[in-house]
Design a protein around this ligand. Structure first.
Ligand code: BGC
Length: 892
């Protein structure tokens, strides 16, 4: 199959398109001007509750209770006045419900970066709609009731960002429009969205304390822009502030960000909540406009503190009333007054959602290399496929708030086996170990009842200096999940895990026991390991130091009594107050022969004899996760996956790499492999979505939402990420040169450019018609053209329209430097083979604007602007020009 080629014809005349058209595809993508200041669900609340009069009836104590969460996932109720509580739930790729790891099963959707890679706003909206339905199964009444903590829209600044996968793109327009679509899908179906994290939250390192030093121009053009677009277009009912500081002030008390820009300039009147544990004061945060401190019990908004502040005059009742009004307005907006009851969480494994997740997953996959048309695989002519690497793992999501208990997860191996049946032999070998923590210790362990798993006992100990007592009662029998155990959901003073271990082999086997709390492992009553007190949950959950690996000699077939004891940190010891009394630990194990095995050799042997070698690699959720930035761009762990690819490619020229990560990774092997698919995190259907593309059931149509640099040294933030940790400062010194705004000036530094992606078919773009030709304040431009599929299979193409201002020399030496071009709009079209459709891309005058720091407002310079149309940020043609006859400014 041919890779996607594009030929662009350009005309500079206006006219009507001739009617080759099969379907008219018109997608107005432009940013609209600020408009109505109210936000409303499409199913508006019928309640006649008068929020203002309720505020008047509340006592001070009741008002204060409404200003902070009631526990982790609720606002407070005021029964006396019939004010119900609202439930909120994470997160970025689905509705998790109340428990982080082992909660009610939920649909796991593709990550935001994968949704962005579809470049399909209609699909993003359908995902929002399905997420709304899911959210309702996690405790909402029929109309509305739950607030979803997402989407995340912060731009990808560095490929090392641990939470990039949760967010859409390096480009503010693509991120803003995709986020707006998800929000519309959610809110039109009765679920409030919470856009986050406002603002400049592009790293996890020191996330609570890092001070982001950023110019006003970069803030406005890059970091605030996705928020501005999504807020103005989709009006999310809630917004979450970020943990970090911006230019010296924490986001939650940053008057410039929250009061001036968000509320006054953009007219936002939805609810503003803090990130969890992210309030840094009482008075400033309330006055700035943060309505809700999350979670509860509050750190700052206690009755005593509020009374003291009111008495001293540092806080006034009017500010408190404003915040309370906003909370009540959200309760009203989501229809809670009419439907106050909270339905228990349920797991609804909806076939429509399964289909949508598979479709969206496949549509986000980006084909980056296809030498000799190796893909799609023609299985009828293949007698064997080596299926190597992480093919028996489903990389459904990244870690942290994105965790949820998926209904199911399809691995690529399973999906491939099902698709090829008996006809093609699959030769599996893991080839590389990628664990960050040793796998959970499950194998060979039986509980008190002789069943596989552990017996877990929980106990309240009043004095935590006293050793665990012997009369602990089993609270539940606990089968370790495959992933890290987090006992965050409930408060236990102590946890004990007991089991009988019968090793399958003799050896100095490896184990590990990182914890938040004080953990010890006893083997046959003897203390085998004391991890020591660990009061900082970040050391456990946010990447932190690598776990300490220990060895113990076990004899095959002998039974050992194992006991793990973990004491919760004392409240005064917990580095994050909301974590006091909560325990987290992980018990890892690996047999010595497995840990030390040379796994590459068997993979190479499998590859040598196979017709094709598929190598599945990626960043597991342990590596790409909230709370942890990557140290470098290399695939984990410590080079193991790069070694595998290189060794396999050396023996089989028909090697295809399938990479799952939310960020670009280093690809030292790129010239030696024949094919490469970038697969992000596709949710519970990841295996099926990948196999649909591998075997050609779906022609790849994903396009990169982020530039893939050759190395981390080539990235614009290099040297300034994650910043100076001694001073706690990160300098966004690259200004607006983020992503392709930088690489356009350094094309040699990018391996795969923004917007790129191949197809199994080929497209040709017809002549473009641009109307009108003059851009004025408040105006819109439409670019129309035909997209023809000249290949043999159906496919989808993304028409990308970029706007290029005149170079600085031509605009005047006193004018600020501009990027070579910016994405102005896009449209994705599906085209049958040997057919054509017309596409229309609309963009607004705002695409021509830059933030003028001297005038402190947006500015559009007069002159000509080139309109570039193509299918990537480097493969495009100038199809015409538009003109701005008179310079103008607007805003802020
Ligand atoms: C994250 C938020 C998340 C919240 C609740 C915080 O640590 O930053 O994005 O919604 O936890 O889980």
């Amino acid at each position: 199959m041919a890779a996607s080629v594009i030929s662009l014809a350009c005309v500079e005349i206006q006219g009507t398109l001739d009617k080759l058209t099969l379907h008219e595809t018109v997608r107005p993508h432009a940013q609209r001007l600020p408009q109505k200041k109210t936000v409303a669900l499409s199913v508006p609340s019928q309640s006649d509750v008068d929020v203002q009069s309720l505020v008047k009836q509340l006592t001070l104590q009741e008002k204060v209770s409404l200003l902070a969460g009631d526990g982790l996932w609720h606002t407070a109720a005021v029964k006396r006045l019939g004010i119900p509580r609202i439930k909120v739930t994470d997160g970025p790729n689905g509705a998790r419900g109340e428990l982080f790891t082992s909660g009610t099963k939920a649909a796991c959707f593709p990550a935001a970066v994968s949704i962005a890679a579809t470049w399909d706003t209609g699909l993003a909206k359908r995902i929002g709609r399905a997420m709304a339905e899911e959210t309702k199964t996690k405790g909402a009444s029929v109309l509305t009731a739950t607030t979803r903590l997402g989407p995340t829209v912060c731009p990808h600044r560095s490929p090392l960002g641990g939470r990039n996968f949760e967010s859409f793109s390096e480009d503010p327009l693509l991120a803003g429009l995709q986020a707006a679509s998800v929000i519309q899908g959610l809110q039109e179906n009765g679920i409030a969205a919470t856009i986050k994290h406002f603002a400049a939250n592009e790293q996890e390192t020191m996330r609570n304390a890092i001070d982001v030093v950023v110019s006003e121009r970069a803030l406005r053009e890059i970091y605030l822009k996705p928020f501005e677009i999504a807020i103005k277009q989709a009006k999310p009912l809630a917004l979450m502030t970020s943990y970090n500081l911006v230019n010296g002030v924490h986001a939650d008390q940053n008057t410039h960000l929250v009061k001036e820009i968000l509320h006054e300039q953009w007219g936002y009147d939805g609810l503003v909540m803090s990130d969890y544990g992210g309030t840094n004061s009482l008075e400033d945060t309330i006055k700035t406009g943060v309505d809700l401190e999350m979670p509860g019990p509050p750190r700052h908004r206690t009755l005593a503190a509020v009374e003291k502040a009111l008495a001293s005059g540092s806080l006034d009742m009017a500010s408190i009333d404003d915040r309370v009004r906003s909370v009540l307005q959200l309760v009203k907006n989501v229809g809670k007054f009419e439907h106050p009851d909270e339905i228990p969480e349920t797991a609804v494994n909806h076939p429509d959602h399964q289909r949508l997740i598979r479709e969206a997953g496949a549509d986000g996959i980006v084909l980056l290399k296809n030498k000799g048309g190796i893909l799609p695989l023609q299985t009828s002519s293949l007698s064997s496929i080596a299926v190597l690497g992480q093919s028996k793992t489903c990389f459904s999501n990244g870690g942290g708030s994105a965790n949820l208990n998926a209904h199911y997860k399809i691995t690529p191996y399973e999906a491939l086996q099902k698709a090829v049946g008996e006809t093609t032999e699959l030769r599996y070998a893991i080839g590389a170990q990628i664990y960050r923590k040793l796998p959970c210790w499950t194998s060979g362990v039986t509980d008190h009842n002789g069943q596989p798993g552990w017996t877990m006992l929980e106990y309240d100990v009043k004095d935590k200096n006293v050793p665990l007592s012997d009369d602990m009662q089993p609270q539940r029998v606990y089968a370790f999940p495959q992933t890290t155990y987090m006992a965050i959901e409930h408060i236990s003073d102590a946890v004990r895990l007991e089991g009988t271990f019968t090793p399958a082999s003799s050896g100095a086997h490896y184990f590990s026991l990182p914890a938040f709390g004080h953990a010890k492992l006893f083997i046959d009553g003897e203390l085998a390991y004391d991890a020591g007190p660990s009061p900082d949950p970040r050391a456990f959950s946010e990447g932190g130091p690598f776990e300490e690996k220990k060895q113990h000699h076990f004899v095959q077939g002998k039974s050992y009594q194992l006991r793990v004891e973990v004491l919760a940190p004392k409240p005064e010891q917990a580095a994050i107050p909301m974590m006091a009394g909560r325990i987290m630990f992980h018990l890892g194990f690996m047999a010595q022969e497995d840990y030390e095995e040379d796994v590459v050799t068997s993979a190479v042997e499998a590859a040598k004899r196979a017709d094709v070698a598929l190598v599945f690699v990626g960043n597991s959720a342990e590596w790409e996760t909230e709370g942890h930035d990557a140290a470098n761009m290399s695939l984990p762990a410590f080079g193991s996956q790069d070694r595998l690819i290189e060794a396999v490619a050396a023996v089989n020229p028909r090697t295809v790499v399938i990479n799952c990560s939310g960020v670009p990774v280093a690809m030292p092997w790129i010239d030696s492999v024949a094919g490469l698919l970038q697969c992000w995190y596709q949710g519970q259907e990841a295996g099926n979505a990948i196999v649909d593309v591998l075997l050609g059931a779906v022609s790849p149509s994903g396009r990169l939402p982020v530039s893939f640099p050759r190395s981390v040294e080539d990235t614009p933030s290099y040297g300034n990420f994650p910043g100076d940790l001694a001073t706690g400062t990160v300098n966004y010194a690259e200004g607006i040169k983020v992503g392709y705004r930088h690489y356009d000036k350094h094309p040699d530094k990018v391996l795969f450019p923004f917007g790129a992606g191949l197809s199994y078919t080929s497209f040709e773009f017809g002549p473009a018609v641009i109307t009108p030709r003059e851009l004025v304040h408040g105006g819109f431009i439409t670019v129309r053209l035909q997209v023809k599929n000249v290949g043999a299979v159906a496919g989808k193409e993304v028409v990308q329209v970029y706007l290029a201002p005149l170079p600085t020399e031509a605009r005047g030496a006193d004018r600020p430097e501009r990027p070579i071009k910016v994405l102005a709009g896009f449209s994705k079209v599906a085209v049958a083979p040997q057919s054509a459709v017309s596409a229309a891309v609309e963009f607004s005058f705002e695409s021509a604007a830059f933030w003028d720091e001297k005038a402190d407002c947006w500015a559009v310079d007069c002159g000509e602007y080139a309109v570039l149309v193509g299918n990537s940020s480097v493969n495009h043609t100038k199809v015409g020009t538009i003109v701005v006859n008179e310079s103008f400014t607007y805003g802020p």
